[in-house]
Design a protein around this ligand. Structure first.
Ligand SMILES: NC(=O)c1ccc[n+]([C@@H]2O[C@H](COP(=O)([O-])OP(=O)(O)OC[C@H]3O[C@@H](n4cnc5c(N)ncnc54)[C@H](OP(=O)(O)O)[C@@H]3O)[C@@H](O)[C@H]2O)c1
Length: 259
């Protein structure tokens, strides 16, 4: 069976960087809704590196999407040795001013699809006695996030879930790592409606390539989780020392700052 790296949210941002990085040495299975972007990336990687790139356009917020992905992977006779659960989005603004439909979709993508894809592909990794799973969370995972309350909570879930799973499977030659980036220059802020927030235009913003490289480092070194970048690490450490509810108050203030 041919082994592949499956990457969700590969059509842009950090996911595309993961695809270009892993595409140098492995075959890929890329997911996203934007078929044109996926086809373009497939062509680029196949031409440059000669590895096979499978693509599947799918909306992962749909309840049967993870099962459909799993089925398609089986039909192609592939083994997902590396799973990168990267797809995700957030919304910016006070909770009561947002749309509940957006919150449901966010939880469906950031948490439910991630859990189900992990469940389905982990079983095969256990049978093969090898595999790795990287879940993309955020520095948001460590704090309550007034102004992006559901997003922060959805990423706290990803970190907690990943750390627990890391411990459960680490003796089975399977690594589960959780990547926690700070602000990254991708479509994320625009999609969230947060492009006016100072947070996303500060010197803290890193490139998606930098973040993907660090994600691979976490898997290669079998780390349970890691915060990308020195300043982000420092922020998470210092933030953790703040008493509640001061942490939420400061986070809320930082997020409310506009350009
Ligand atoms: N950028 C940041 O500041 C930042 C910071 C910390 C963590 N993160 C996390 O990093 C991950 C990647 O985000 P990014 O920054 O690279 O943002 P991005 O450029 O907006 O990429 C998001 C990816 O998720 C996919 N996606 C969105 N909705 C989807 C859906 N319903 N079904 C399937 N795929 C969907 C998008 O593909 P399609 O549109 O083609 O579906 C796209 O490929 C996310 O989990 C995000 O929460 C980002």
């Amino acid at each position: 069976m041919k082994s592949v790296v499956l990457i969700t949210g590969a059509s842009s941002g950090i996911g595309s960087s993961f695809a270009r990085l892993y595409g140098k040495e492995r075959d890929l299975y890329l997911l996203g809704r934007n078929t044109t972007a996926l086809e373009k990336l497939k062509k680029e990687i196949e031409k440059e590196n000669g590895h096979s790139v499978y693509i599947q356009s799918i909306d992962l917020t749909l309840s049967d999407a993870p099962a459909r992905v799993y089925e398609a992977v089986q039909e192609n006779g592939l083994f997902v040795r590396t799973l990168i659960n990267n797809a995700g989005f957030g919304t910016y603004g006070d909770f009561a001013d947002g749309k509940v439909e957006d919150y449901k979709k966010m939880i469906d993508l950031n948490d439910r699809a991630l859990v189900e894809l992990t469940y389905l592909f982990l079983k095969d990794m256990q049978k093969e006695k090898k595999g790795e799973i990287l879940n993309v969370a955020s520095i948001a995972s460590f704090f309550p996030g007034p102004g992006m309350a559901v997003y922060y909570a959805s990423k706290a879930f990803v970190l907690s879930f990943s750390r627990a799973l890391h411990e459960e499977v680490r003796k089975q030659r399977i690594t589960v790592s959780c990547l926690c980036p700070g602000p990254v220059s991708t479509n994320f802020a625009k999609t969230a409606g947060a492009d006016q927030a100072k947070f996303f235009s500060s010197g803290l913003v890193h490139s998606p390539d930098q973040v993907a490289l660090y994600g691979k480092y976490l898997l290669d070194h079998k780390r349970s989780y890691g915060v990308e970048g020195f300043l982000n690490k420092t922020g998470v450490f210092l933030g953790g020392l703040l008493p509640s509810p001061l942490d939420a108050r400061i986070l809320g203030f930082i997020q409310s700052l506009k350009k």
